[in-house]
Design a protein around this ligand. Structure first.
Ligand code: MLT
Ligand code: MN
Ligand code: ZN
Length: 304
């Protein structure tokens, strides 16, 4: 009898850009995460690892915390004198939390780096990324809606998701509902199962909703619980929407929008340090009562 292929997803980093705690933040979540006696544990920045055989791995986004993430996950350790089980790295936008980790992967180690042309152009325009020696790192430009093999056994397709250009490329009034190559979601097909990874999403459009309907597994943007939570906490003026992230709650929130999409398992990732869902409180309970989960560093999901 042929054995069905199972997929292993490892949450390397559950937090959004900045992590939990964020270096310059004294909000109550960040203070609690700094207290070793508190139940709220520190969380690293946005990245997911995937494998079908436990031997070869793909990383979805390369966070500034990648070195610690690799060390924290034995599956990603070298198995020979110079070696890595990481065969490919895919980036879903050009923000620092998703690309800065590429600089850590600079030790003449072969892997494939997948990105859209627009995101690849950001890497090419910044000479510091030339430390990824093209002799070793095969930088592959991926067109939207064109399936490609991310790893043996994992077919991936990138698709446009409402978002914006990276923070460092914003003009005075960036379009925060840009749909193109700057912010993408990833559709993964493994042995007939459909998985989606969408760590940044400004709006769940009808097109996106019908795409992800009936998926087996969804990792979705959980940056903020309330659109205005940063202002409420007094840590900044930006809304989730202004940052290209739809809130979990509220009339335009993901909790309602995902409600009738019949998705097997929905896990929020890319969670900002200000988000109350980190705590065991009413907001987290509302998410869990709706049948969704909150990711944490080291969370492992096995889809068989
Ligand atoms: C975001 O997702 O909004 C960005 O990671 C922001 C940032 O680069 O700090
Ligand atoms: Mn981010
Ligand atoms: Zn904070």
């Amino acid at each position: 009898m042929q054995q069905a292929t199972s997929v292993r997803a490892l949450v390397l980093g559950a937090a959004a850009g900045g992590g939990l705690p964020q270096w310059n933040c004294g909000c109550s979540n960040c203070q609690r995460a700094r207290d070793p006696n508190d139940a709220l544990k520190p969380q690293t920045q946005s990245s997911l690892a995937l494998s079908v055989d436990g031997r070869d791995w793909a990383l979805l986004n390369a966070s500034p915390d990648i070195r610690a993430q690799i060390e924290a996950n034995p599956a990603l350790h070298p198995r020979a004198l110079r070696d890595t089980p990481i065969r490919s790295v895919l980036v879903t936008n050009g923000d620092i939390d998703h690309i800065a980790g590429l600089l850590t992967l600079r030790e003449k180690q072969p892997f494939r780096l997948f990105a859209t042309a627009a995101i690849g152009d950001i890497l090419k325009a910044n000479p510091v990324f030339q430390v990824l020696d093209p002799q070793c790192v095969d930088q592959v430009t991926v067109a939207l809606e064109q399936p490609f093999m991310l790893l043996d056994g994992i077919e991936a397709t990138l698709f446009a998701v409402p978002g914006k250009v990276p923070l460092f490329m914003e003009g005075p009034a960036p379009d925060t509902a840009l749909e193109g190559e700057q912010t993408v979601g990833v559709e993964l097909k493994v042995d007939g199962k459909r998985i989606y990874y969408i760590p940044g999403c400004g709006k769940l459009t009808d097109r996106l909703a019908s795409r992800i309907r009936n998926a087996d597994l969804l990792f979705f943007d959980g940056t903020v619980f309330r659109d205005d939570e940063m202002a409420r906490l007094g840590v900044g003026q930006k809304t989730g929407r202004r940052m290209g992230h739809m809130a979990i709650s509220g009339p335009d929130g993901s909790l309602d929008a995902l409600n009738d999409l019949a998705i097997g398992r929905t896990i929020f990732v890319h969670i900002n340090n200000t988000n109350p869902v980190w705590l065991d409180g009413p907001e987290r309970r509302a998410v869990e009562a709706a049948g969704y989960e909150i990711a944490h560093d080291g969370m492992e999901v096995l889809l068989t």
